[in-house]
Design a protein around this ligand. Structure first.
Ligand code: MN
Length: 257
């Protein structure tokens, strides 16, 4: 575990992401966790757990599910610097180009006695205390994905049944940032003028401009689809009331009976 792979993948003269370093843990301090919603070549949610001075990281394509019967693929990716846990913004080009939202953050507690052994074995149990994700979870390594032999990077993220599990689709119900409150569109709108100006004046040059144009189109497409989805499921504008909960109102249930 080191940040070599993290650094090798990025050009820090062109990316706003922190270069970071291994951070010594303060005695008795809680362990940090976060989930970053990342619209890159495809949408995914990066689950990061602080351990041994870095953030252990898994990319979860469909995001976490609160339903214990749903197992979500989680690809183990390179360790990230602890500072990365607060990052939100536009990555103009290169690795991970797109927009990052800080979707959830908080603290975590291992439920496995020996974390390094649990990681090695491929069965880590833990509790989360975030704004959106809470309670008991497991990360379990699996044989691979799509029938291949696998490279040991495929894990499953599973919610344990407890007070914090349920049928609510948390990624749809609470889609926005816990840091800025914004959506991908909001973060892009906020940052684009500065990013555009600084990159036009050198650094990535034309490649970055082309990449930025792609990011803008991608976010527009994403927000359009989201608006369409919301129009299709709710009768009003963007729901502030919980849509998923509305599907299981007592009224509907009693009608069935
Ligand atoms: Mn990512």
């Amino acid at each position: 575990m080191a940040l070599d792979e993290y650094r090798a993948k990025r050009d820090f003269t062109r990316s706003p992401e922190p270069k970071g370093g291994r951070v010594a843990r303060r005695k008795g301090a809680s362990l940090f966790f976060c989930v970053q919603k990342h619209l890159a070549s495809s949408l995914h949610y990066d689950l990061r757990l602080e351990w041994d001075g870095v953030l252990l990281s898994w990319a979860v394509p469909k995001g976490p599910s609160l339903d214990p019967s749903v197992k979500r693929l989680a690809m183990h990716v390179e360790d990230h610097p602890v500072e990365y846990g607060e990052f939100e913004g536009v990555i103009p080009d290169g690795y991970g180009a797109g927009v990052v939202l800080l979707w959830d953050r908080g603290t975590w507690v291992p439920e496995s006695d020996d974390v390094p052994a649990a990681l090695k074995k491929g069965d880590l149990k833990f509790r989360l205390d975030g704004f959106k994700l809470k309670g008991s979870w497991a990360l379990v390594r699996t044989r691979g994905y799509g029938g291949s032999r696998g490279d040991g990077r495929s894990w499953l993220l599973i919610k344990h049944r407890d007070d914090w599990s349920g049928e609510i689709d948390i990624t749809e119900f609470a889609p926005d940032s816990v840091k800025s409150g914004g959506s991908f569109g909001d973060v892009l709108t906020e940052e684009l003028p500065d990013v555009w100006t600084s990159h036009r004046e050198g650094r990535g040059g034309g490649d970055t401009m082309a990449s930025l144009t792609e990011i803008v189109k991608k976010v527009e497409r994403f927000e359009r689809e989201r608006a369409k989805r919301e129009k299709g499921t709710a009768s009003g504008a963007r729901a502030t009331a919980p849509r998923p909960a509305a599907q299981k109102t007592p009224a509907k249930r009693s009608r069935k009976r």
